[in-house]
Design a protein around this ligand. Structure first.
Ligand code: SF4
Length: 349
């Protein structure tokens, strides 16, 4: 019986990133030079694909060097200083900022224009150095207080009322922790209750429950994301909590056929590199032609996956060896399909 290999129906890039990629593709069609300010998506393979179509990725400093040109802004958005720099250099901006991010920037800018600096403060929950956070902080002339860890609120002034916002891709559970911490903080200092706007995108809020549902129904999970995707790291770790037999890969070449031996292998992964031999793993790998291998289950008991972990089987394992494939919000569906095809070619029960 063929082993079930399925792609998570809720996976794929979010609509904001999808729209930005489509804008880049559309503008590359006429063959003229188009620059992209920063990587369009935190995914080396997708960025590489767009660069092959002709997109040239540049940094903000490059805006002073490229002369009059067309520059696409990615879904994460930019601070006002970028628009000023572009205008000063006669650069045509193609603004592919996600409309949700644009809306959030407007709200923060409005609040910044109205608030009383002596009595109030704007707090942004986001990742240090993340392009969206840079864009949000820019709406306040970088005067907002950035909190990256809900447990570390040391820079927040307890005497001032807090207006709390969030980068759209933060973890909703962590946002709730921060909100509760800031409320407790305000109560202790007898200051006004914080006003919180949970500006985390609904696509992000849905992602964890959907991933949980999917990961619970498969014996093994292969999680695909770019090495630098913080969303990918967070979702991979969450997926692994749900299903300990989760492997994190960046491309099909990272896959080790021994992972799916049905022997309760380690969940340790995230390594780059080609497939290892699965000798001694309770399964045998037969070469099935160039670049292919076929796994057959051993009737002997659990073996070691040649890793540091002990035997860990998914609590939900039905013994069918089904493999689920999922990814970050920056992992395009074509990449998941590539992994599915690779696994289908590799594995035959
Ligand atoms: S996560 Fe949501 S808000 Fe952020 S870019 Fe994607 S669609 Fe837009």
């Amino acid at each position: 019986m063929a082993r079930k290999i399925e792609i998570d129906p809720s996976a794929g890039v979010c609509f904001g990133v999808e729209k930005a990629i489509a804008t880049a593709e559309e503008n590359l069609r006429d063959g003229k030079v188009v620059y992209g300010l920063g990587e369009m998506v935190h995914n080396d393979q997708e960025t590489g694909r767009l660069e092959q179509l002709g997109l040239k990725t540049i940094s903000t400093d490059d805006l002073d060097r490229i002369g009059p040109a067309r520059v696409i802004l990615r879904a994460h958005g930019e601070p006002p200083s970028t628009f000023r720099k572009a205008a000063a250099n006669h650069i045509e901006i193609i603004d592919a900022t996600c409309p949700i991010v644009t809306g959030l920037q407007k709200k923060i800018r409005k609040r910044y224009g109205e608030f009383d600096k002596d009595r109030e403060q704007i707090v942004i929950f986001g990742k240090q150095g993340h392009p969206e956070t840079i864009g949000l902080m820019g709406q306040t002339n970088d005067e907002a207080v950035l909190v990256t860890d809900p447990g570390k609120t040391g820079h927040v002034d307890p005497r001032k009322k807090v207006y709390l916002y969030s980068q759209t891709t933060m973890d909703p559970d962590q946002f709730e922790v921060l909100k509760a911490n800031l409320e407790a903080f305000a109560a202790t200092a007898n200051s006004e209750k914080p006003q919180s706007l949970c500006s985390i995108c609904n696509q992000m809020k849905r992602r964890k429950p959907e991933l949980k549902k999917f990961a619970m129904t498969h014996d093994y999970m292969v999680f695909v994301s770019g090495k630098h995707s913080s969303n990918g790291k967070m979702l991979y770790e969450y997926c692994r909590q749900i299903n300990p037999q989760t492997w994190w890969i960046h491309s099909p070449g990272d896959i080790d056929p021994g992972w799916f031996s049905g022997t309760g292998s380690s969940g340790e992964t995230g390594r780059a590199g080609g497939a290892r031999s699965s000798e001694g793993m309770g399964s045998t790998v037969r070469t099935g032609g160039p670049g292919k291998a076929v796994i057959s289950q051993s009737s002997e008991g659990p073996g070691e996956a040649g890793s540091t972990g002990g035997t860990r089987r998914s609590a939900n394992s039905g013994g069918t060896g089904s493999i689920g494939i999922s990814g970050a919000t920056s992992t395009p569906l074509w990449q998941l399909e590539q992994v599915r095809q690779y696994l289908a070619d590799l594995i035959t029960d």
